[in-house]
Design a protein around this ligand. Structure first.
Ligand code: 4NP
Length: 156
């Protein structure tokens, strides 16, 4: 099972989701044949590690994002990944424009897997205050739990 998380810059939200799902799956479902990656719809930060604020907030909860590097989503990703999960509605709109129609069923919102969160979008924390990074982690932790449960059920 190959999962790709997508946000705008690939330095805040989607690398957080990548790191959190990796850690969660390693701890709770090491038997799942899972491949996890992330990408951005924009190239501004390609090649860069996650934003220092993202890294610090993640590290405080035990997630190490230091090895990640930003990249832009490319056409082959829509073939390669079984699920391509946008972090907000704008990401999903861009994905729908770029993906071939026959692969649109692979495109979803991450927060579909956290219906109890009461929102569909992981808010972009880039221009906001420190609380935004905590909110990203809260939403991502809830949704990756739901996603992992979904993945486990789908292999049963
Ligand atoms: P991300 O956050 O999409 O969660 O990685 C952003 C990172 C950079 C920018 C916007 C959002 N930017 O405008 O450079």
């Amino acid at each position: 099972m190959r999962i790709l998380f997508v946000c705008l810059g690939n330095i805040c939200r989607s690398p957080t989701a990548e790191g959190v799902l990796r850690a969660l799956a390693a701890r709770e479902a090491p038997e799942l044949p899972l491949e996890v990656d992330s990408a951005g719809t924009a190239a501004y930060h390609a090649g860069e590690p996650p934003d220092p604020r993202t890294q610090r907030a993640a590290a405080r909860r035990g997630y190490d994002l230091t090895a990640l590097r930003a990249r832009v989503i490319e056409p082959a990703d829509f073939e390669r990944f079984d699920m391509v999960l946008g972090m907000d509605a704008e990401n999903l709109r861009v994905l729908r424009r770029r993906a071939p129609a026959h692969l649109h069923e692979r495109l979803r919102l991450l927060l579909e897997f956290a219906p109890e969160s009461g929102t569909r979008d992981v808010p972009d924390p880039y221009y906001g205050g420190p609380n935004g990074f905590e909110e990203v982690l809260d939403l991502v932790e809830a949704a990756t739990r739901g996603l992992l449960a979904h993945l486990r059920a789908s292999v049963r």
